[in-house]
Write a protein that binds this ligand. Sequence first.
Ligand code: UD1
Length: 396
Amino acid sequence: MMRLMANNRLKIMSIVGTRPNMMKVAPLLAELRRHNEIAPVLVHTGQHYDYSMSQVFFDQLGVPPPDYNLNVGSGPHYAQTAEIMRKFGDLVQKDRPDMVLVAGDVNSTIACALVAAKERIPVAHVEAGLRSFDRSMPEEINRILTDALSDLLFTTEESANQNLANEGVAPDKIFFVGNLMIDSLVRALKIARPSSLRCELGLRAKPYVVLTLHRPSNVDNEDELKRTLESIAEIAQRLPVVFPAHPRTARNIEAAGLTAVRAWKGGLLPSRGLWMMPPASYLDFLDLIQHAVMVITDSGGVQEETTFLGVPCLTYRENTERPVTVSMGTNRVVGCDPQQLLLSALETLENANHSQHRSARIRPPLWDGRTSPRIVSILKEAAQRDMACTEERVPQ
Ligand code: UD1
């Protein structure tokens, strides 16, 4: 499947595009760099480009600048995906890798996987096999298509192995390796510096809630966004709600003329207990959720991080593609009804009041911070197998 380069180094091109890609690729890249026989190349598509959505993660995760930045920026899905494909296609003509490694389920993931597959470059997909079974989510389409194109599928939980088997993926392509995002989290916890953000907010020793919202289905409809924020305001009457807002969410709140936007403009500002602010850096965000009484989110990665940290999480969605966070973790999928969100939040806060200690943490299998070395040894074995096959095919 793979060919080793002339100088015997396997050129692996890893793709990042959005904020969550960075936490997945960073630990893997660090591990790839430790192996002389591998030549890692990093491509940033530029899907996310604000300092707080991109560069700050490079800085905090210790990732060197990308070898290439495609600077695609924002746009409708069809245009963004097409632009990534066009620019990435041009790039692989100039600098052809032996393998393309994509992560997660964003537009950059499917765009680069599709280019590579058509160029007959092997594709490795990190976080393969997750399914929400809800095709109204753009990410679900990206996941299904990327998996269909991939040669090596690295999974984070048992449900993903099952989904891929059900879809007829050959078992020898599927590798249950654990969760790269948790590798980053384990490393970050070792740094253990106090967050200046939590101090600034006066929340070093006080209980609070963290909120993140960015899914188009939750933030693009003005009426629904208003109703959601009304429920959040009710929760904020009980405990401060810290709300690092995605640029899309902030823009929609501003467009809807909702008062909280004044907080965004001025940086930090508590508005009746709701602290809306620009996106937090990786380390500040981890520190915030680690010490929160409860997290409310529509993100995928945050469901996993809260499970690892043992922090109660309410997922403001109709479904999750990460069921292990519910069956073994701290996650509850509460649906997208603001009234139900409020009831579930009050119930969770009530339970938190009664239990002095957080329940003993059960962590999903292989979420141990050692996923990167597992992936790299599989990549090396796959390359060796391929070399052996090529040698067998060469006539003596
Ligand atoms: C993307 C992913 C989503 C992931 C999320 C993480 C897809 C289909 N979606 O959603 O799965 O959970 O990233 O954050 O790929 N914007 C900025 N600055 C930026 C980036 C975005 O202002 O640096 C604004 C732009 O107005 C843009 C909007 O946010 O149009 C949406 O950005 P986009 O990359 O299209 O999708 P996300 O909502 O970030």
